[in-house]
Write a protein that binds this ligand. Structure first.
Ligand SMILES: *Cc1c(COP(=O)(O)O)cnc(C)c1O
Length: 221
């Protein structure tokens, strides 16, 4: 019989704790976001029952189908949007999610701000940086990050708390995590959303405050 998601969750938690110890990070300084995209409520529920409260999803529509019901069952869930957002989905995203990780264009930043004001939900936002400058990947280019952070924070008035990245799949992630850490530090941003199933212990060593782990908990998609 294969391991359950609840068992794998505990293993991931232990890995994070030992990475914290080994890299001199404070105990509990890294928050685990369990990425449940493509999995249904019946697969998510045992992970909630095992104690996990913070989840990540990458699609607004898919999330609308499964999370309102789970939120009725469990009142203390926290839901993070980690996938690209279209500005015509900003209303639904602000209503459903508690944290947005993927702000990367002026249009989406303004649409989010409008909705956050309208719904009186000033959600914490991460700005996504395309550290590998990959054409197909979302995120602001590293060279434009400082100006975009200033625009979002000072002009638009978003509650910018940190930066997020997804390193190129075929490269060592360390230099990308280091670059994200450097951009955050020079902009006075304290939170770093980086590290997935394949590399979250490495991300902890580079200062991740939020790791986004899917398949290591839920299994292959
Ligand atoms: C799917 C996804 C993850 C989780 O990926 P795993 O490799 O399954 O851990 C993390 N971040 C983002 C943005 C994702 O879309």
């Amino acid at each position: 019989m294969s391991e359950s998601a609840a068992t794998r969750l505990l293993a991931v938690r232990e890995d994070i704790a030992s990475a914290e110890r080994e890299t001199g990070r404070a105990e509990g300084s890294v928050q685990l976001i369990a990425v449940s995209k493509t999995f249904g409520a019946e697969e998510i529920r045992p992970v909630i029952e095992a104690g996990q409260r913070v989840f990540g999803e990458n699609r607004v529509q898919e999330s609308q189908q499964k999370w309102p019901g789970l939120r009725e069952e469990y009142s203390d869930l926290e839901l993070h949007l980690i996938g690209p957002l279209q500005s015509n989905k900003a209303r639904e995203a602000v209503a459903l999610f508690d944290v947005i990780h993927t702000v990367d264009r002026e249009k989406i930043a303004r649409a989010l701000k409008t909705e956050m004001d309208r719904q009186d939900r000033p959600l914490p936002c991460f700005i996504q940086v395309n550290t590998g400058e990959e054409a197909q990947k979302a995120g602001v280019a590293p060279g434009k990050a400082d100006a975009f952070i200033a625009l979002c924070r000072d002009e638009i008035g978003l509650n910018v708390v940190g930066l997020m990245c997804i390193p190129p799949a075929d490269e060592a992630p360390g230099p990308h995590f280091a670059l994200l850490q450097k951009i955050a530090a020079r902009n006075g941003l304290e939170r770093l959303s980086m590290g997935m199933s394949g590399d979250y212990p490495i991300a902890v060593g580079f200062g991740a405050t939020h790791v986004r782990v899917g398949s290591a908990i839920f299994g292959a998609r």
